[in-house]
Design a protein around this ligand. Structure first.
Ligand SMILES: [Zn+2]
Ligand SMILES: [Zn+2]
Length: 256
């Protein structure tokens, strides 16, 4: 009898009427990432990463107990952002979160993605959060914005800004209609993206000496966030830290 009542009380507190975003197993309402345990275990959270590009690193040497500064991917590269932080490794399951948001209009996914990003950022980089002034996002071009109806990076960024208690400001316009970057090399991406972004006239004064968190969904070669960082730095931004939900290992090709 007592057990029955207790179960009834638990059902009220944690109603089992929500489903895992991947396998649809019932989960409790308090499940912050909306994933069942089995699916959560399949997601690879990035723990050891390059301090510069944020790509996952495996430190196999026992003699080196501090993380290496530049990983093989960013050796010889000079990014204009100060660093990129990514949270989950790009994989068959994790990419579905971004695809469902971008291509199936499942906008609730933005909140789940933002919860993961903000939680982990506060856990591992609270100093960084403390010195940031503004959250902004990578804008979409007009054509894509009209076709999709929303910008996934802006949606994720809006949730992150409220979780971190920072203002969210659209600082940049995308002035070039670039085609999809998928399949292009790092160099080709750079060429296509060149001069794609322009600081909004009314934001020019706001950017000077500010530390900016730049939100996007996927870090592939880094060309997009780097081109954004370029215009922000030229406008006087002090620090530009890119926050991207997913990234792959080194040059592994990524569908975006
Ligand atoms: Zn599941
Ligand atoms: Zn790196």
């Amino acid at each position: 009898m007592f057990e029955k009542i207790w179960k009834y009380i638990l059902d009220i507190i944690y109603p089992q009427n929500l489903n895992c975003i991947f396998c649809e197993m019932p989960i409790s309402r308090s499940n912050r990432y909306s994933m069942c345990k089995k699916c959560l275990e399949k997601i690879i959270f990035i723990h050891n990463s390059c301090d510069y590009c944020g790509k996952p690193t495996i430190n196999t040497s026992l003699e080196v107990d501090r993380p290496v500064e530049k990983c093989p991917y960013c050796q010889g590269k000079n990014f204009l952002f100060d660093r990129n932080i990514s949270f989950i490794e790009y994989g068959d399951l994790s990419k579905l979160m971004v695809f469902k948001l971008k291509y199936s209009g499942k906008t609730y996914m933005a909140k789940i993605i933002a919860n993961i990003m903000a939680d982990r950022l506060q856990e591992s980089n609270s100093d960084l959060v403390g010195r940031m002034d503004i959250v902004t996002y990578v804008p979409l071009n007009k054509k894509r914005m009209e076709a999709r109806g929303f910008n996934q990076a802006e949606k994720i960024g809006t949730y992150i800004s409220s979780l971190l208690g920072l203002p969210m400001v659209g600082l940049v316009d995308r002035v070039k209609n670039t085609d999809k970057l998928h399949g292009l090399s790092s160099q080709e991406r750079r060429r296509v993206l060149k001069n794609s972004f322009l600081i909004k006239e009314e934001m020019k004064d706001l950017i000077v000496n500010k530390n900016i968190l730049l939100v996007d969904d996927v870090f592939t070669t880094g060309s997009t966030v780097d081109e954004m960082a370029k215009v922000l730095k030229l406008a006087g931004a002090q620090e530009v830290v890119s926050l991207t939900f997913l990234t792959g290992k080194y040059e592994k090709d990524i569908d975006k």
